[in-house]
Design a protein around this ligand. Sequence first.
Ligand SMILES: [Zn+2]
Length: 276
Amino acid sequence: MSSGDIPPNDDPSPEEVLEALQEAIINNPRLADMPVEEIARQLVLEAHLHQEPPLALVEVALDNIDLPLYLVEDGPKADAELDSCDACGLPSVSLVELEGDRVCDRCDAVFWTAQMLQKSDVADEAEIIATLAFISQNKYENLRDEKNRVTFSQNFDQKYPSFELIRFVEDIPVIRLRKAVAEVVRYKGSKLPQRIRLRILSKFARQDEVKELYRRVLEQENLPIAPDSRGSVSWQYADGHLVVDVGPREDIHSTRLEGLDKYPPRRFAFLSHCRT
Ligand SMILES: [Zn+2]
């Protein structure tokens, strides 16, 4: 096959797109708020690129871009034309009337949630704080709709592994922070677990609960186990909590990984239980 059979692919590389976007945003800060299709077009119109980049690359570049400092500190220039929320003081595209104040959607959701929780029998401070924080940080999902609530509940553990969904009060998900969670860290490019990562999120986490989390992962992943001496344990503090990694004494060599769909026993065994 001659090289002529393959149409030349002149798509700019991810690095080129990132660099072009970086330049373009310095000239025109409003660009960051435009739809990706428009950004792709502008990059060519403003001669930062010769050819329109794939939209996926524009999205990746937007995620990775370093915004000029004045944008980070003051918000995009367009914000100057927007009215600010009476509660949080931030400029907002949509303000709603609330008892004489004009508040942004986010503050509105937090106040509404606080009122609903007060009327309900939720009294645990840990649940109230976690729920309010959650509502203020997350995109509005229409949970008035029963079907959406079911989907939300089904995906909750996977999407927010550090939280526990207790129940709904009307359409408000009442949640709390878990005391500890277990995650599986897999080898790059492989489904095989490399480590079991235990995150101790609260000082109230009990040893037997953490052990149980560990045991459940061993079982779910069907991992080989061995007496204590053949494993490795390491720990560090990250994001304000203790992270404990438990794994076999040695890693499986990367050249072996490709052919393996199951854990090789004996040499690569996990601790039969973990002592934290
Ligand atoms: Zn606000």
